[in-house]
Design a protein around this ligand. Structure first.
Ligand code: COI
Length: 354
């Protein structure tokens, strides 16, 4: 892909406080931008990070025809920079675009755009352990039109944000509550694609949970309000007896790249890893029987996020005495080990940016 580059007059990096940046607060010097008009993608450009010109009638602002992704670039032990599973993120992006009736960019355009930003802003890829450069590719309907139909114009962009540890205190078990009032997704809806509507639908529930002293919401299925679906914006895993269990991808759950990586590692380690429905009552039963070992979330931002306590109705369940479990810790260490080039990349997950 041929990219026209307009360099930022000066880098903002020296002024940025990169000690332990909060997630998504600081942005690098450049961004990728490419417009879709008249049935095709136009010129690929890399330009200084900054405001976008847009009209108030821009369709994405009204009807939410938007898809995004989130992946990370890591500083390797030897100084090189590598992306974690960019091909897998592209595949999900293309699937999400189909569901939102957005013309997808090609694999070459997606990967090329991500790498162009990382290459240009390589100085923004942190050196520190636990830190990385978070890449946010996204596409939105950019036609100025208020009629309800798929837009005829789109803008595809990639921005980059240096991030520290997702949890400033380090990997620490969180307290969660199920939501009985709200649902996140139903089959046939948008729950299995990465589009802002899912996140918008979750915010009020998350706010109410926080007001009650919980870090996030455990989402239950929309029909029976019984089966575990996701935890906050992450996939959920439970260890019951000797089994690692996660809900199956049946149309309401986002197919997480970290989720897929957890399943691959567990299988390689000879741990029984199964995808099946888990009822919230099964957790209580398992706790009663003494077989509930661990509950944790998985996602790109936090990698592994242990769950210490779950409230459901008027009952509360403590998991593993409120401490991180051994499998969650082992998975966190293994995934981050591969990401920083400290462990052998036996699955071929890392892709160097040269
Ligand atoms: C994750 O990476 O776990 C996410 O769900 C991304 C979130 C920051 C939108």
């Amino acid at each position: 892909m041929n990219i026209t580059v307009t360099k930022a007059p000066a880098s903002r990096r020296a002024q940025a406080n990169l000690d332990n940046p909060a997630f998504g607060e600081i942005f690098s010097d450049h961004m990728f931008l490419m417009n879709y008009r008249d049935g095709g993608w136009g010129a690929a450009t890399l330009i200084p990070y900054g405001p976008l010109p847009m009209l108030p009638s821009m369709s994405a602002l009204h009807y939410g025809q938007i898809v995004f992704e989130g992946l990370k670039a890591f500083r390797q032990k030897n100084g090189a920079v590598a992306l974690f599973r960019p091909q897998k993120f592209y595949e999900r992006f293309a699937r999400s675009c189909r569901r939102l009736a957005i013309p997808a960019v090609s694999r070459e355009q997606f990967i090329g755009a991500v790498k162009a930003v990382v290459r240009e802003d390589a100085a923004w890829v942190p050196q520190k352990q636990g830190h990385s450069l978070y890449l946010r590719p996204f596409v939105f309907a950019s036609e100025s039109f208020l009629g309800v139909r798929a837009s005829r114009a789109y803008t595809f962009m990639v921005i980059a944000s240096p991030v520290g540890n997702y949890y400033k205190e380090g990997v620490k078990p969180v307290r969660l509550t199920t939501s009985l009032a709200y649902i996140r997704a139903a089959k046939g809806g948008l729950g299995d694609v990465k589009t802002p509507a899912n996140y918008a639908a979750s915010l009020l529930a998350a706010e109410e949970a926080r007001e009650q002293g919980f870090a996030q919401v455990i989402w239950l299925d929309a029909i029976e309000r019984r089966y575990l679906e996701e935890v906050g914006a992450m996939n959920i895993f439970c260890v019951i007896g000797g089994e690692l269990i996660t809900p199956p991808l049946e149309g309401t759950i986002l197919p997480g790249v970290t989720r897929d990586s957890v399943l691959a590692l567990a299988k390689a380690w000879g741990i029984a890893a199964v995808e099946r429905r888990i009822a919230i009552d099964e957790l209580y039963d398992a706790r009663q029987k003494g077989t509930l070992r661990e509950v944790f979330g998985s996602g790109t931002a936090a990698v592994i996020s242990p769950v210490g306590e779950i409230r459901h109705g008027d009952t509360t369940l403590t998991v593993n005495g409120g401490a991180i479990g051994p499998l969650a810790q082992r998975l966190y260490d293994a995934i981050t080990g591969i990401q920083y080039g400290e462990a052998a990349d036996t699955f071929g997950w890392m892709e160097k940016v040269e």
